[in-house]
Ligand binder design. Structure first.
Ligand code: TYD
Length: 142
């Protein structure tokens, strides 16, 4: 069976260590140190128009850290039974999303950047893009 029985409560918001400097601060993420998976891919969303909604899918295998590199947005997590809304509005917080959860991103502030660190290369076969299919997938795991 593919996937897992993860719930929204298996996701957490991690405080990232910061180095403060009068000339600007630094946050460092290192494989094997302060991130629980090897990062194979990094991507970021930018120039997001007002009212846009992203995501609307789940992954069988992919794990992610999502960070508001700039500005703010909301991540709505859904495991088919429970829904959690997490506001990301500080670059020193990373939302760890475990596999097998439906997610939507919305309420993006103007000019915001959504930075994503991912445990796998892009693979369309790892997506569940239909919500009914996602609910079936979660039911199979009961
Ligand atoms: P998608 O993951 O659906 O975007 P979001 O969840 O942010 O709404 O990806 C949008 C499009 O970009 C889709 O056609 C696949 C493509 N894409 C890649 O080719 N590689 C990638 O690493 C990502 C994240 C997306």
């Amino acid at each position: 069976m593919r996937g897992n029985s993860n719930t929204v409560f298996d996701c957490s918001v991690i405080d990232l260590p910061q180095i403060f400097n009068d000339a600007g601060n630094i946050i460092i993420l290192e494989n094997g140190n302060n991130i629980p998976f090897d990062v194979k891919r990094v991507y970021y969303l930018y120039d997001i128009p007002g009212g846009a909604s992203r995501g609307g899918h789940a992954h069988y295998k992919l794990e992610q850290y999502i960070i508001a590199g700039c500005g703010s947005f909301e991540v709505i997590l859904n495991d088919g039974f429970n829904v959690r809304t997490i506001v990301l509005n500080n670059p020193n917080k990373a939302l760890h999303i475990v596999p097998g959860l439906w997610r939507e991103l919305d309420n993006f502030s103007s000019g915001c950047i959504s930075l994503v660190l991912a445990s796998e290369l892009y693979d369309e076969n790892d997506y569940i893009r239909n919500y009914e299919d996602f609910l079936e997938f979660k039911k199979e795991l009961l």
